[in-house]
Design a protein around this ligand. Structure first.
Ligand code: PGA
Length: 251
């Protein structure tokens, strides 16, 4: 079901102790200020089980930032979807542009990861988005469409219904340059239409599509006010409980 969601992506920040402190801070703030949206914290793997214990799981979901494209076995350094699930986490961020750019994650690999996440009853927060040159060449619609088609369109309508999408223009991530509300709405509407063409209007209407890229308390409200923007995936501003809450409070 379509839901408004504000999800933090801590990336490779915070020691275990710092992460647990941050999760507890967010939890305390939300205890006092009931959020009008689902809140998710995307932590490094090592924080997952402690973060699950630190928060009220009815209010705050916990996400991994990745999972392996293999079930189990001799893959040194990898963490499987089943392992993520066993921590009590409910979500997994997949296909973040940093994973695509620095760790060679292709749409084909992400297809495998998505299948394993769903098989383990994790909700994928699946990231798509174009780089600056693609936007400038007016290719952003084609880029996101191909990312969705190649990694997700093998799913049944029922399985697709469990996926959350996050549109994150790479030129806006960590740059302080946000997509304008008009740019966000335009491409979110295009993404929803792409889903409607494949799965029908009901599945498209029920899909949460988050915006990510330099989202902060000062711009969250105007971004989230768009009819096709169902919340945000937040990097830098999720590392301070007050800032993160400032974004949650936009709903
Ligand atoms: P940012 O990162 O909010 O720091 O731009 C967003 C993301 O990478 O998910």
């Amino acid at each position: 079901m379509r839901q408004n969601i504000v999800a933090g992506n801590w990336k490779m920040n915070n020691t275990l102790e710092e992460g647990v402190t941050l999760a507890k801070e967010v939890n305390e703030i939300l205890k006092a200020n009931k959020p009008n949206c689902k809140v998710v914290l995307g932590t490094p793997f090592i924080h997952l089980s402690e973060a699950v214990k630190a928060v009220d799981c009815d209010v705050i979901g916990i996400a991994a930032q990745n999972c392996a494209d293999k079930v189990s076995g001799a893959y040194t350094g990898e963490t499987s979807a089943a392992m993520v699930k066993s921590t009590g986490a409910q979500y997994v961020i997949l296909g973040h542009s940093e994973r695509r750019a620095y760790y060679g994650e292709t749409n084909a690999i992400l297809k495998e990861k998505t299948d394993l996440a769903l098989a383990n009853d994790l909700t994928p927060i699946f990231c798509i988005g174009e780089v600056l040159e693609e936007r400038e060449a007016d290719k952003h619609f084609d880029v996101v469409k191909t990312q969705i088609e190649e990694a997700l369109f093998h799913l049944s309508p029922e399985a697709f219904g469990k996926v959350v999408l996050a549109y994150e223009p790479v030129w806006a991530i960590g740059t302080g340059k946000t997509a304008s509300p008009e740019q966000a709405q335009e491409i979110h509407a295009f993404i929803r239409q792409t889903l409607a063409d494949k799965y029908g209007a009901e599945v498209a209407d029920n899909t949460s599509i988050l915006y990510g890229g330099s989202c902060k308390p000062s711009n969250a409200k105007e971004l989230f006010a768009n009819p096709d923007v169902d919340g945000g995936l937040i990097g830098g501003a999720s590392l301070k409980a007050e800032d993160f809450h400032g974004i949650i409070a936009a709903f």
